[in-house]
Ligand binder design. Structure first.
Ligand SMILES: [Zn+2]
Length: 489
C-alpha cells in the first residue's frame, strides 16, 4: 500500500479483532487480595541516592513470595540476580517443548518513594496495603506489584491444575526500574543473552493500563499496547570559572553563562518526524476515530519515511500542540536539574545543569552531544554523559501472532467495547534493556489492569495509588489466559 489515496479507497478498514467471546475466570480473590496487600507493605523503594537502598525490604519481600506462592516455588527455578547488588528475580518455568522460542513476563519490584510532604494527602497509609472502599491502596499497588502478583497468582492456579506451558516461560522481576534498571533488568538481559537464547517469541512488560481517555483526544476506553520505546540519555552541562565576591561581579557570572546556554538549547528543538511505531498506531487507531480526520490518519499510517505529505504535516501540527503527543514526534529535551551557589554574597566558582533526553532511533549519544554543542556554541561549557544511556528500541510487529494473542486475551477479559491499538511509548520501562537487543525485538508493553478514569492514573507515582479489587481479579485472569494463549503461537 502506498499513499493516503489508496488507503481511503480501501476504506481504511478497522483492524479491531472481532468475534472474541468474553470469558470469566474464577479466582480466589480474597486470598489474592490479601497476598497483594501484604506485598505492598514491603517498602522496596528505589531512591535517587543509590546508597540509600533497603536490602531488608527486598530480602523480606522475596521470603514472603516463597511463602505466598508455594506451587510456583516448587515447580519453577528461581535465581536471584543483579550487578553489583543481586535483588532481581528470574524464574524459569520449563516448557514441554524445549525447541519453541520462550516467552518472558516482566514486572518490577521497586517503587518510587513517597515524599514526606505528600503523606497527609493519602487517604490510607502508603505502605499499609489497606483494603478499603473496594480498592487496594498503597505505593506500588498499581506500579507495578499488581502485575508481579497477578502473574504469580495465575501461575499458582495453572500449576494446581497440572498445567505446564508448551514454551518455556520466564518471569523477571527487576529491582531498580524506577532508576533505569542498570543493576537489575540490564544484568538479567545480559545473563539470558549469554545463555544463548536466540529469540523470545513474546515479551510482556508494563506500560499504560486500560483507561477511558488514556490517549489524548480519545475518550473511549482504550488498551494501548506499547511496541517501541524511546531511548534515554542524561547530559551534565557545567560552567567552571572563577568565583568571587558579589560586591565586584564580572560582566558574566557562571550562572549567567550556563543559563544562556540552556536557553539556546531549549530553542534548538530536534526536528519532528513520524516514527514507524506511530504509523502502526494510527493504522489501528485511525479507523476508530473521527471520520473527518481519517484521511489524515491514513496518510500517517501509510506514509513513507523521507517524504512528508501535507496531511502528515497537518498531523504533526496537531500532535505538536499537546506535550504528550508532541513527545512521540522527536527526541525531547528536558532540563531537569540546575545547581549553583551556596550563599547570597558569594559568586559560585561553577554552575551545573542536567538535561534529560528521550531519543528517537538514530539519535545516538554522539549525535545528541553534537546537537547540544552546536546549539549552545560556547566552548567554556563542558558536556558529560552521566547516564547509563540506552538507545531507542526495536519495533515489535503488531501484525504478528504474538500481538494477536495479546489482543485476544485483552478482549477475552475486558470485552469488545474498547479500542486496542499499538503505540509508541514516550517514556520507557525496564524491558527497553531487552527490546534494544536482537534477541527480543517483540516486546509488548501494557499494564494489564482496568482503571476507572484518568484521575486514578495520577496515583502512578503520585498520591492515593490504588486499584479496584474486582479489577485485580481480572488482572489475574488476564495472565492466566495469556499463558495458555501463548501455547498457540
Ligand atoms: Zn513501573
Amino acid at each position: 500500500m502506498s499513499g493516503p489515496g489508496i488507503a481511503q479507497d480501501s476504506g481504511f478498514s478497522s483492524l479491531q479483532m472481532q468475534g472474541v467471546e468474553q470469558i470469566t475466570i474464577e479466582v480466589d480473590l480474597d486470598g489474592a487480595v490479601d497476598r497483594l496487600s501484604k506485598g505492598v507493605q514491603f517498602p522496596t523503594i528505589s531512591n535517587q541516592d543509590r546508597d540509600d537502598f533497603d536490602t531488608k525490604a527486598f530480602d523480606d519481600y522475596h521470603a514472603f513470595l516463597v511463602e505466598a506462592y508455594p506451587n510456583v516455588h516448587k515447580v519453577l527455578k528461581r535465581e536471584i540476580l543483579g550487578d553489583p547488588r543481586p535483588y532481581s528475580l528470574l524464574y524459569t518455568w520449563e516448557g514441554t517443548d524445549p525447541d519453541l522460542p520462550p516467552a518472558l513476563f516482566y514486572a518490577h519490584q521497586d517503587v518510587v518513594p513517597v515524599p514526606e510532604e505528600s503523606r497527609d494527602q493519602w487517604n490510607q497509609e502508603p505502605f499499609s496495603g489497606a483494603v478499603a472502599d473496594g480498592y487496594i491502596w498503597g505505593r506500588g499497588v498499581l506500579d507495578d506489584k499488581n502485575q508481579i502478583h497477578g502473574m504469580l497468582e495465575a501461575a499458582e492456579m495453572r500449576i494446581a491444575e497440572g498445567w505446564q506451558p508448551k514454551r518455556t516461560i520466564y518471569f523477571v522481576f527487576g529491582q531498580d526500574e524506577e532508576v533505569g534498571g542498570p543493576e537489575g533488568a540490564k544484568y538479567v538481559a545480559d545473563v539470558l543473552e549469554e545463555r544463548g537464547i536466540e529469540r523470545f517469541a513474546f515479551v510482556l512488560d508494563e506500560s499504560a493500563p486500560l483507561i477511558p481517555g488514556v490517549f489524548p483526544g480519545i475518550p473511549d476506553n482504550t488498551a494501548l499496547i506499547g511496541i517501541a520505546q524511546k531511548g534515554y540519555l542524561s547530559l551534565e552541562l557545567a560552567m567552571h570559572g572563577i568565583g568571587g565576591h558579589s560586591s565586584q561581579p564580572p560582566e558574566e557570572s557562571n550562572i549567567g553563562i550556563l543559563a544562556k546556554a540552556i536557553t539556546k538549547l531549549e530553542a534548538a528543538q530536534f526536528p519532528y518526524r513520524i516514527h514507524e511505531a506511530v504509523r502502526h498506531q494510527y493504522r489501528y487507531m485511525g479507523p476508530e476515530l473521527d471520520e473527518a480526520k481519517q484521511p489524515m490518519y491514513a496518510a500517517v499510517a501509510f506514509g513513507k519515511d523521507g517524504e512528508m505529505t501535507d496531511l502528515e504535516k497537518e498531523f504533526i501540527a496537531e500532535m505538536a500542540g499537546n506535550q504528550v503527543t508532541r513527545a512521540m514526534l522527536h527526541t525531547t529535551i528536558a532540563v531537569s536539574m540546575f545547581n549553583a551557589g551556596i550563599k547570597d554574597n558569594v559568586l559560585p566558582p561553577s554552575a551545573t545543569a542536567v538535561v534529560n533526553f528521550r531519543p528517537m532511533p538514530g539519535d545516538t549519544p554522539e549525535v545528541i552531544i553534537e546537537h547540544v554543542r552546536k546549539a549552545i556554541d560556547d566552548d567554556r561549557i563542558t558536556i558529560r554523559d552521566i547516564s547509563a544511556s540506552t538507545p531507542a528500541t526495536n519495533v515489535a510487529n503488531p501484525d504478528s501472532d504474538a500481538y494477536r494473542a495479546l489482543e485476544k486475551t485483552i478482549r477475552q477479559l475486558w470485552g469488545k467495547d474498547l479500542i486496542v491499538a499499538p503505540f509508541f511509548v514516550i517514556g520507557g520501562s525496564d524491558s527497553k534493556h531487552f527490546q534494544a537487543r536482537d534477541f527480543a525485538p517483540d516486546v509488548f508493553t501494557i499494564t494489564g489492569i482496568q482503571l476507572e478514569s484518568m484521575k486514578e492514573f495520577a496515583g502512578f507515582h503520585g498520591v492515593n495509588e490504588r486499584i479496584l479489587v474486582d479489577e485485580y481479579g481480572k488482572t489475574i485472569g488476564f495472565f492466566y489466559q495469556l499463558m495458555d494463549n501463548l501455547n498457540d503461537l
